[in-house]
Design a protein around this ligand. Structure first.
Ligand code: SAH
Length: 220
């Protein structure tokens, strides 16, 4: 990658990121640490070069293979929720996709584990993390329905693809006081739901409506 692309010029400049962070603040993102990370991470590198000029709009964008990079507001919101009480030590993300959400989290927590079912996306995000010198993300090519049993239990689990029902396996990998954040449902829009493990039982709360791609079975 050439120097200009790495540093960001024109539509991908620092000022453009600053504007995005400002918009997210206006839209209700309160956590300054989250907004600072949005200011730092070059989202244009996580989308195709042809879409780079749109990378700092607050919209989801295609990343190939029928998948999308999540809308910045939703990434910021989910991140803000996961760190609102404490910084979780071990985090698992289901649906690496472009890697943007994982990169945002990795700037705020010790270690992120992330799984993806599409090999091409797994490989592309792996190369990008290396290029950006992000070292605290562990990745696996696998079906997220299995979670990542050997790396758990997790203080936080987030799903960035929507299941109709959250797999029990994922609850089994949630630590005491841990939180699982997921879009749940089969329609165009789903409920963003937070589940907390309290003394063995699971407490559930609906946050807001969101729109994610569906969680699918098997590898691709
Ligand atoms: N967090 C991503 C969002 C990507 S879209 C980002 O920041 O870009 C959701 C991703 O979930 C897609 O890449 C899709 O392939 C993946 N996915 C869907 N079902 C999955 C499953 N069962 N296991 C792992 N990944 C899955």
């Amino acid at each position: 990658m050439d120097r200009h692309r790495r540093q960001g010029i024109g539509m991908t400049s620092r000022r453009t990121r600053e504007r995005l962070a400002g918009r997210l603040g206006d839209a209700g993102i309160r956590d300054v640490h989250v907004l600072n990370v949005i200011r730092q991470i070059p989202r244009h590198l996580f989308v195709d070069e042809a879409l780079a000029s749109r990378a700092y709009e607050d919209t989801a964008l295609p990343i190939g293979h029928g998948q999308t990079i999540s809308q910045p507001f939703v990434v910021a919101r989910m991140t803000e929720i996961l760190i609102r009480h404490r910084i979780p030590g071990r985090v698992l993300e289901i649906g690496t996709g472009s890697g943007y959400q994982a990169a945002v989290l990795a700037a705020l927590v010790d270690r992120v584990h992330t799984v993806e079912r599409i090999r091409a996306l797994y490989e592309r995000s792996r190369a990008l993390f290396r290029q950006l010198d992000i070292r605290n993300i562990r990745q696996r090519l696998s079906d997220g329905h299995e979670g990542w049993p050997a790396a758990g239990p997790f203080d936080a689990i987030l799903l960035t693809a929507a299941p109709v029902v959250i797999p029990q396996t994922l609850f089994d990998q949630l630590a005491e006081q841990g939180e699982l954040l997921a879009p749940v449902g089969s329609g165009e829009s789903q409920a963003l739901r937070i589940h907390r493990r309290v003394e063995g039982a699971i407490e559930t709360e609906d946050i807001e409506a969101v729109s994610f791609v569906p969680m699918l079975d098997g590898l691709e």
